[in-house]
Design a protein around this ligand. Sequence first.
Ligand code: F6R
Length: 606
Amino acid sequence: MCGISAIASHRPVAGSLLQCLKNLEYRGYDSCGMAIFDQGKIELRKNVGHVAKVDEVEQFHEMQGQIGIAHTRWATHGGVTQANSHPHASNDGTFVVVHNGIFSNYQALRNELKSKGFVFHSDTDTEVLANLLQDLYVGIGDVEKTFVAAVKRLEGSYAVAVLTPYLPNQILGAKKDSPLVLGLGDGENYLTSDINAYISQTRDTVLLGDLEYVIVSKENYQVKSLVTGETLHKEVIQVQWDKETAKMGGYSHFMLKEIFDQPQTVNNALAIDDTQIQAVAERFLSKTHNFACGVGTTFYVAMVTSYLFKRYAGLYVPAVSSDEFPTLLPLSADQHTLFFSQSGETYDTRMAVRAAQNAGGATSAVVNVVGSSISQMVDQCIFQGSGPEICVVSTKAAFSQVVIGWRIAMRVGRLNGTLPAAEEQRILGVLASFSDLLERTLNEESGFIRQLAKKTSHIHNWLFMGKDIYYPVALESALKMKEVTYLHAEGLPAGFLKHGTLAMVDEKLYSLFFLPSPEEGELYRSTLAAIEEVKARNGVVVSFATEDNHEAREKMDYCIQLPKLPKELNPLMQLVLAQLFSYYSALHLGLNIDKPRNLAKSVTVG
Ligand code: F6R
């Protein structure tokens, strides 16, 4: 997630662009920059750090001109350096680009442009668009046609804005699967990632759709279809949000926004370059012993991954909590550990990385924050590209890690001959179909889950249970519930119930069961049996089932309805719906959801 801003105005834009950068800083804050057209040329200034710090160094207000673009970055491709900061200029400086999203085919485009003599000054995917525009313009000679031709060659997700001296009074923008909105001001127009950028200036907004492009000047704008080229007549809406609501994209809390960001998060995780997945997978085969490691939520991500390694690669990859890692394991050089960390700064995980490395072991990591300590310590790092997670409790970052862990486990399976390539492709297709289904289900089930949370928020004791991969899903969901509601939720394997915990069950104890789909055979049947054990003691059961699964629904007191979905997606869907349940429970209790008591986003001390 990054923040794009562009303004065409009747007055100098540097000050307004700086304000937009500040307003969008929550979308990314590792570097920022600005490009403004004045007197026949584009001036570009950018650097690393928070907006205020970069402004101190680069003195944005000195820049002249009435049309410009700006960007605040959350690194996805390439480290946090001045060269990787946006905007990016083409080799001859005639096209300057800002971008949010990931061009999944950037490597192929980069190679193609390199073979034509283009030189790349950054590691970003964005720079390819600037050079592609320069390259295509030579043959086409018309900026709009060049822009459309270039954007049509992009794969993945993007929102882009382009500035060029060939079209000195206009900005071009386009979007697919990343947000871009148009703000209509008085003698000036804005093109930005979200309305938060310009809400203090205007509330008149045009929402741009996927595969649409826009040409913006200070007085006009034209929206067209990238597919047919026809002009689209878009409704102008009046946004009523206040500034804080705007920052949350209209959601009442960052937690809710981040839960609803997850369809996009899945796509970002699937767009990560295959070579990166392969590089980590190869490390698994280079050593005799492999571990997966994280702490708190990321430990549960490691546990989920552990089940996936068994399923797809036939390997036992124990999940170890970072805080126990140095003492539990006999560490040696013949080991490889895959670490998960959203922040990349967690003390316990850093210490575990160090312990593994001191013993000579290989290390890799999945990390959200580029430039963070863990990303620099490990031999191989995959940046998950989930965008900043503002709510203290992790939702979308963890979810993305699960998808990346899934890809790694499948690739290891393919490399060691356990998983046929066609099966890997099939499952990747299933994961790719998840985004739409998840978005739909979140919208459809929110109302019911909210009502359910209202009915149950007085319950102080919960058991969250599941078997197999649903077990770490239950653990993570219980942690989420505890963090935001301060209610007691104990996660445990459903098979464990009858070995002691059953003693607690009565009509006052509520249980949330994560239920496999009937297709999962014995796993489904044995989870249903555990539900029956609870029901037989008058316990109250909440669980998940599709509309036509009457057998399971009859055994539940409350059923959260699932859509028809491939069995692979069943635990993922339940994980997200359980996040929503925790959210609404906390909302009903009137708690500080985004900043629960006693917690910090990044625990950097031991
Ligand atoms: C729970 C949560 C924490 C973190 C844990 C590790 O919602 O956010 O349990 O998962 O502190 O943090 P990272 O992933 O930054 O290493």
